[in-house]
Design a protein around this ligand. Sequence first.
Ligand SMILES: CC(C)(COP(=O)(O)OP(=O)(O)OC[C@H]1O[C@@H](n2cnc3c(N)ncnc32)[C@H](O)[C@@H]1OP(=O)(O)O)[C@@H](O)C(=O)NCCC(=O)NCCS
Length: 187
Amino acid sequence: MVKTTRIRAYEAKDTPELTRLFYETVRSVNRAEYSEEQVEAWAPEVPNAEGWHARMLDRRTLVVEEGGEAVGFAELEGNGHLDMFYLRKDAVGRGVGRLFYQAVEREARGRGLERIFTEASLTARRFFERRGFHALREQTVSRRKVAITNVAMEKRLPPCHGEGEQDVPLYNGQNMLSLRSSDPDRY
Ligand SMILES: CC(C)(COP(=O)(O)OP(=O)(O)OC[C@H]1O[C@@H](n2cnc3c(N)ncnc32)[C@H](O)[C@@H]1OP(=O)(O)O)[C@@H](O)C(=O)NCCC(=O)NCCS
């Protein structure tokens, strides 16, 4: 069965699903590159819904849905900092991230941003390289006294040329994308 993939703005009802998604993805998908101790320090429990709701709202979080279920989220801050980019563990490796990233970049261009920068997990480094990011440096952060390595990366967004080429930000509740997962290159 072909599931419709849709990208939309975060809503309050998403918080329980997204906090659980984050916890489960870190504990399983990221476990490929990080030790048990590291993923436990990174995601010790399902995060507090209230705190996350406030942050996700503030950061104008985008959500990708498949068949009506939230399967990923991205937080793009006003300065171009991509702080969170996570897919549900069963959505990984099927092209959903590629499609979702295209929407995030379109959102960034629509907001007039000149670059997107992130601290990519070792798991996501190749993914972001394929999206045109380059690594600035590897760095180690401390989470609950456990050292975790990530990669500072950035992508410069070329300016739009000519009138009418400016992308429209997705985040206004109206410009939702509906895509068929069998046809990921349509967008
Ligand atoms: C990183 C992540 C968002 C990628 O999304 P995805 O849906 O799995 O990626 P896709 O299936 O769309 O793959 C897109 C491309 O990236 C490549 N890719 C994705 N994950 C990769 C990996 N771990 N290693 C190497 N290449 C990878 C794919 O081969 C594909 O290449 P192509 O564009 O040349 O075909 C997803 O795997 C994820 O949520 N990972 C765990 C959470 C995480 O680390 N997030 C980043 C925090 S900064």
